[in-house]
Design a protein around this ligand. Sequence first.
Ligand code: COI
Length: 354
Amino acid sequence: MELTTEIKIRKASHSRLHEIDFKHLQFGKHFSDHMLICDFHDEQWHEPIIVPFANLSLSPATLAFHYGQTVFEGMKAFRMFDGRVNIFRMDKHYDRFARSLERMSMAVVPKEIFMEGLKTLVDLDKEWIPQEADCALYLRPFVIATENAFGVKVSSDYRFIIFTAPVPSVYSRPIKVKVETEYIRAAKGGTGFAKCGGNYGGAFYPTQLARQQGYDQLLWTDAAHHRFIEESGMMNVMFVIGDTIVTPPSSDTVLDGVTKDSLLTLATDLEFKVDERPLSLDELENAFRENSIIEAFGVGTAAVVAPIRTININNTDFHLPEHSHENLSHKLKQRLERIRTGQEEDLYNWCHVV
Ligand code: COI
């Protein structure tokens, strides 16, 4: 579908911006003034509209509430050092969004609506982009199945929504993770690569069990044998073993992370060794025993880089050296931030200036 005119905007009568303490932001708790809505029915997407951020009114029979047809993306917009605003890697996020929607048999949002919708919304609410270090405007595009029917079926109607939220990074201190060898996150042929709600909901119970034992997150292993590392909680995971960054490859069970791809690109260009390959628990444990593991960290849109301080493997806690500014993860994160804020040249065309 092509947008024939500019996206219609119905502005909020007053802004809530002054209610926000940008020095003490909490992740996921504050929402900017507007949101975009676009509906799919009668086999087509209709004109999007931007309206004041507000609750939705939906029938209890709405399909999304029952059989899990919900898909989202997690993206960020940044304030650049010269005052301009940019949205990070829109194309790559769109591609993953489209793949997730397809896997869940949902209507795929046309790229033009996704791109123009994000740009118009971010431009409208640009005052909501935090200036503080490590903060950004989180962008949450998502689609839900809206057919008003509770028979088990593929929905014929969908709603695409984008709202935005000023956020800090999710983890402010190094985290403790536990290798999960009983429960699974994703199996081959399943939906692990898709950002569908069920992947997150299904992870809550085992994650809660690990939290009760004092861990922040799980390190997921493969569903068949629990031999290989996959992801950490809601992030991809990287290890510095010897002089090499080792990270499990994206697959149908591992999310194709945008932050992961960005950091690996930067690492390669800085001539660090990168090895995207399966990493077994045995190898990880040996790396601890031989002291060849130097760093471990989660990477994702929300966290950017989350240093790991402890990994529990089969009931033994293995500790990593204290995180410092000399760490590779810190250097890569700094470089990424400098590109996103325009302090370093964007050689990759990652930043879409709004
Ligand atoms: C991300 O970091 O990519 C996310 O989307 C995290 C979100 C589930 C809070």
